[in-house]
Design a protein around this ligand. Structure first.
Ligand SMILES: Cc1ncc(COP(=O)(O)O)c(C=O)c1O
Length: 382
């Protein structure tokens, strides 16, 4: 085909389409910050925290500089450190375990469920055994809602309660998803999220937030967010960070929040259509009962081993793909020395070998969805 007649590639995500939809609303919101000049702790930050609390049902929201800071701040507030173990899934983005290691505590990696890709409770129990055998004190568990789908929080909470562990929900990819009818962040545990631009709710830079019903934890987090400050600004009472959310990012997020529910519905419509079109030739994502997804990724498992060939075939048809994650955390250079659950992590390792993510965003029109579906069929038939 003549190069000039070839259709544009399907966007993997499309931040520009959302920008066009919001039109001047974002320009005006940022313009208001440029006028009042309260770039740090401006009124938009407080307004955003209130609106996020209303959206999720959380009692407190502490906005912060990134999803990684959100995780780290909670772990710092919980006082974890050397000799402590925090159990984490291995099949996740590195920040889940990195935040634990940054405190001096030990991430202990556990396996995930082959269907939902979220933490496997049986492996969590085996991880606790491995942690204790290594002479570590299990203190907490960081559970991840991978690719936008809520994990089985009640099952995790039951183990945590028996074992005396705190639970930190890493919902960096799943802001807006629900568990048993409630939004994550409002289900009673402490939740961290990310507003990185590619996330379902993203800003125009780095950003994050923590959600909790615990008054004293919220107060500690607000102190950690600003160098551990006490009531006297120059008498710092603990170690902290510079981890505030910029006012300009809060202004952007306030505008994006107005269309977020509509975008979640649109992402679900894309996912349903993909599933109908692809369910008979690849392993498509499955939602567990009582869990919804905001589809940060639509990730399939391939029936044969040639993932690179499959990706190249789709690319030739203008369909980009990504592999999240080609290596589970416990196989990455920086994390190989940390313990893993007894019996190993075979599901995480298998997923890393055969998953691939397809274009997914709220502005993916049906013609582009059809191109993606057709390209997958053609690649597998070849
Ligand atoms: C599961 C998970 N946790 C944590 C993070 C970290 O978020 P941030 O990039 O905002 O620091 C991410 C970001 O990709 C993530 O996917």
């Amino acid at each position: 085909m003549n190069q000039q007649l070839r259709p544009q590639p399907v966007p993997f995500i499309d931040v520009g389409a959302q920008r066009r939809r919001l039109g001047t609303a974002i320009d005006e919101a940022v313009g208001r910050v440029l006028t009042h000049c309260q770039f740090i702790n401006g009124p938009e930050v407080t307004e955003l925290e209130q609106k996020l609390a209303a959206f999720t049902g959380a009692r407190h929201v502490v906005a912060c500089a990134s999803g990684t800071d959100a995780l780290l701040m909670v772990l710092m507030a919980k006082g974890v450190g050397p000799g402590d173990a925090v159990l984490c899934p291995s099949f996740t983005f590195c920040a889940t375990g990195e935040s634990v290691a940054l405190t001096g505590a030990t991430p202990v990696f556990v396996d995930v469920d082959a269907v939902t890709f979220n933490m496997d409770v049986a492996s969590l129990k085996r991880g606790l055994a491995a942690a204790r055998r290594a002479g570590l004190r299990p203190k907490g568990v960081t559970v991840v809602d991978l690719f936008g789908q809520s994990a089985d929080h009640d099952a995790i909470a039951a183990v945590a309660e028996t074992e005396g562990l705190f639970v930190l929900d890493d919902a960096a990819q799943a802001f807006g998803a629900t568990y048993k009818g409630k939004r994550l962040g409002g289900i009673g545990n402490t939740m961290a999220t990310s507003f990185f631009p590619a996330k379902p709710l993203g800003c125009y830079g780095d950003g994050g937030a923590i959600f909790t019903d615990d008054d004293s934890l919220a107060e500690t987090l607000r102190s950690i967010r600003v160098h551990g400050q006490g009531t006297d600004k120059y008498d710092n009472v603990r170690l902290g960070l510079t981890a505030r959310l910029d006012t300009i990012q809060a202004a952007v997020l306030l505008q994006k929040l107005t269309i977020f529910e509509d975008e979640i519905a649109a992402r679900n419509a894309v996912a349903e259509r993909y599933t109908r079109g692809l369910g008979n030739i690849v392993t498509v994502p499955r939602l567990a009962p009582d869990c919804t997804s905001v589809w940060a990724q639509y990730t399939i498992r391939l029936p044969n081993g040639d993932r690179d060939g499959f990706a190249s075939a789709l690319k030739a048809k203008g369909v980009p793909t990504m592999v999240y994650y080609p290596k589970p955390m416990h196989q990455q250079t920086a994390y190989q020395r940390y313990p893993v659950a007894d019996g190993g992590l075979p599901v995480s390792e298998a997923l890393s070998g055969d998953v691939i993510s397809l274009p997914m965003h709220a502005y993916l029109n049906e013609a582009d969805q059809d191109r993606v579906i057709a390209a997958v069929h053609e690649a597998l038939a070849a």
